[in-house]
Write a protein that binds this ligand. Structure first.
Ligand code: ADP
Ligand code: ZN
Ligand code: ZN
Length: 701
């Protein structure tokens, strides 16, 4: 007879939409508390699993259960609130529990044996946070402005969620620091999570948090968590958060799924930012999960932005507020917001990339020792090669997109599938040797600007320096950090870049920001494009004139220059007045009239297949199946016809999607959940289908 055993319920990594039971049963000598990490056999492999609460309506156990191979001792079970969060995420975003739960753990944890983990844990000091020193130890010498005090007082007095609507440079970060300090002082052992949209913003934020809180709670109380860390670093941060040793976790969207047993506060900085939405696997919104998680555990949540998402703005509408809106309109030190200088490109010399008045303005600033930022709002504007004789364009052989000309290594590269090839000597179609780039990328802009500014001398009696930051110049680890450091040190006079330079940075000497070709977003088919453009221009403009004292000493005023062919567009009128509320009101009125989010809820069903026809066939069959089965919620959900994606073909795969829309979130959720089994069944009938996926609350249509 084998040793007596008890059944344990375990979540294992199951494929994305696996129809296998989400929770499997195994046998073990003793009962294991839910949330325990174990290693179990799965098929022929051994995998990491998490013991789970008993599934509802579980039938009798099959007689012969496989045994748990090992228990990862020494690690406290993942707490119930974490399990609830993961289960909600899986349910809401229509993915398997196993996929979401296991992918929320640091990758290296999945590979460690019980012994290896035990060794690792011995190296992490046990979860005793540094004793709370007296608050006087903090280096906080900053006196909050009246507006900051007002916001902080509201956060003390109410439970939120809060939408901190503060102009760029109004000192939102200072309010976060204050809120974190207040929450962690009140409750020894409590934890705060601070989310930022971009990895490149974490070092600056981390420095500010360390400066403020290391004296108070020790260096090990503050950790970062983001995808640019090495697996070992990530594991260390994750363990520190899970054991409670870390009091403050700073991270990108992935950090929302960290185990934080004593979480009392979540901050979502730049809450409008699209990068909070995961674009693969479980396509969750870290911002929305932050609100859910905070409510679930009774923590406070602060969403901060100068240009909130229309969803959050609407939710904080004073007429029926779900979020409490806190307004900080003034800049610190009574600094001015940048004045808008709109250039009508139809009045400029033909083919001018930079309008002469803009070059004059940049020249003047550089001669005074001030810095300028030139923004190209998409890498997608990068140049393609073109043959003037036959009209050939450098198309990607695998995608319905053009390949981009990269001058530095003379390659053509596809930004969708990554395919790269050397630049041809002559036009592949007609043999014309004279093929030229059309359109401008950041590389060309940098070159051209350097050329235009070649005779400009700074007060330090050196030639003006132009530098560029984009995905190409920052590929090497640490490159971006080094480049930003040069900018902060004043070694660069004009910085040319994509949106990664526009967000969040606290540049002290930038006084002029210019957006060179923003028009593409004005007439995009994506209904969120104007919202994103407005936010980007406000954010970018917000990098100018942040240091009121410097501006005064320079007798300089900040400016935001925008080159456009459509100066009459209403978006610019709101931008001129720094009037986000006016912009939002008009957008919301349009969305309400058209029944679009936040007045309705959306999901996408996407299909990738070998042909466009096959992809659309699958979608049509799926929608037919839903109708025939009369799925719950069908009567309240509108299913649009299938359409190809904007970039229809990527890496030889054709992509199509179908939009679902409803006024009732619940109806949409019911329909999606009931649809899953039908989609699995349908998939087996469509051989040319490569994959399908569901995107709930999609960011781009
Ligand atoms: P935001 O996040 O709203 O753009 P920050 O929090 O980065 O603004 O603040 C802008 C600048 O003002 C920072 O350099 C910050 O250190 C400074 N600052 C913020 N609050 C105060 C204050 N109360 N007194 C003095 N300086 C402040
Ligand atoms: Zn040709
Ligand atoms: Zn391609």
């Amino acid at each position: 007879m084998s040793t007596p055993a008890v059944p344990v319920h375990i979540v294992v990594p199951t494929p994305a939409h696996s129809s296998a039971a989400p929770i499997l049963s195994y046998a073990h000598d003793v009962p294991l508390p839910a949330g325990t990490l174990v290693r179990v056999p799965l098929g022929a492999r051994e995998v990491l699993g998490i013991t789970w609460d008993e599934p509802q309506g579980a039938g009798s156990e099959p007689p012969k259960l496989r045994r748990v191979a090992a228990v990862l001792e020494g690690l406290a079970p993942l707490p119930a609130p974490w399990r609830r969060l993961v289960a909600f995420t899986a349910r809401y975003y229509q993915r398997s529990l196993g996929e979401v739960a296991l992918s929320a753990l640091p990758p290296s944890l999945r590979e460690l044996t019980a012994d290896q983990l035990a060794r690792r844990l011995r190296r992490v000091p046990p979860g005793t946070p540094a004793p709370d020193a007296d608050p006087a130890a903090s280096s906080e010498t900053i006196v909050l402005s009246a507006e900051q005090q007002g916001a902080a007082a509201e956060m003390d007095a109410h439970s939120g969620p809060f939408l901190l609507f503060g102009s760029t440079g109004s000192g939102k970060t200072e309010v976060y620091l204050h809120a974190v300090q207040a929450a962690l002082t009140r409750d020894p052992g409590a934890q705060a999570l601070v989310l930022v949209p971009e990895i490149n913003l974490t070092p600056q934020l981390e420095a500010r948090f360390r400066e403020r809180f290391e004296a108070l709670w020790g260096a090990s109380a503050i950790v970062s968590l983001h995808s640019a860390m090495t697996p070992a670093q990530r594991l260390r941060s994750w363990l520190a958060a899970h054991t409670g040793q870390a009091r403050i976790v700073l991270g990108t969207r992935m950090a929302i799924l960290a185990s934080l047993p004593r979480l009392v506060l979540i901050v979502v900085d730049e809450e409008h930012d699209a990068s909070y939405k995961q674009q693969e696997g479980a396509r969750y919104s870290a911002r929305d999960l932050a609100v859910w998680r905070a409510r679930d555990v009774g923590a406070r949540v602060i969403l901060g932005s100068a240009t909130p998402s229309l969803e959050s703005w609407h939710a904080s509408d004073p007429a029926a507020p779900r979020y409490q809106r806190l307004h900080m309109p003034a800049r610190i030190g009574a600094g001015e917001l940048p004045r808008l200088r709109l250039i009508d490109m139809s009045q400029q010399p033909r083919k001018a990339v930079f309008a002469p008045p803009l070059i004059a303005a940049i020249t003047e600033r550089v001669q005074r020792g001030e810095q300028c930022l030139v923004l190209l709002n998409r890498r997608g504007f990068a140049p393609v090669l073109h043959c003037g004789a036959c009209g050939w364009k450098s198309g990607c052989p695998h995608c319905s997109a053009t390949q981009v000309f990269h001058k530095s290594d003379r390659t053509l590269r596809c930004h969708h599938c990554g395919a790269a090839s050397p630049v041809p000597r002559a036009c592949p179609d007609c043999g014309n040797p004279d093929i030229l780039p059309i359109g401008r990328g950041t590389e060309q802009l940098e070159e051209q600007l350097a050329q235009l500014l070649r005779n400009v001398i700074t007060p330090q009696r050196r030639a003006a320096r132009v530098a560029r930051i984009d995905a190409d110049t920052t590929r090497a680890r640490g490159a971006l950090k080094a480049q930003l450091a040069q900018m902060h040190a004043g070694d660069v006079d004009v910085l040319v870049g994509t949106q990664m330079v526009a967000k969040g940075h606290d540049f002290r000497r930038v006084t002029l920001v210019a957006a060179v070709q923003p028009d593409g977003a004005l007439f995009s088919s994506d209904f969120r494009a104007p919202e994103r453009l407005f936010a980007l221009l406000m954010q970018a403009g917000g990098r100018a004139g942040r240091d009121a004292r410097y501006m005064k000493a320079q007798q300089s005023a900040p400016e935001l220059w925008v080159q456009t062919w459509h100066p009459e567009h209403p978006l610019f009128a709101a931008l001129r007045g720094h009037d986000y509320p006016a912009f939002a009101a008009r957008q919301l009125a349009e969305r309400e009239a058209a029944g679009m989010p936040p007045f309705s809820h959306q999901a996408l069903l996407r299909a990738d297949a070998r042909t466009q026809e096959a992809a659309q066939d699958f979608l049509r069959a799926a929608s037919e199946a839903a109708r025939t089965a009369q799925l719950p919620g069908m009567d309240q959900v509108f299913l649009y016809p299938p359409v190809p994606l904007a970039v229809q073909r990527v890496a030889n795969v054709e992509r199509a999607q179908m939009l679902l829309e409803s006024h009732h979130r619940g109806a949409l959720q019911h329909l999606l959940a009931a649809w899953q089994p039908l989609l699995h069944a349908e998939r087996t009938r469509h051989r040319a289908l490569v994959r399908w996926l569901i995107d709930v609350d999609p960011q781009a249509i």
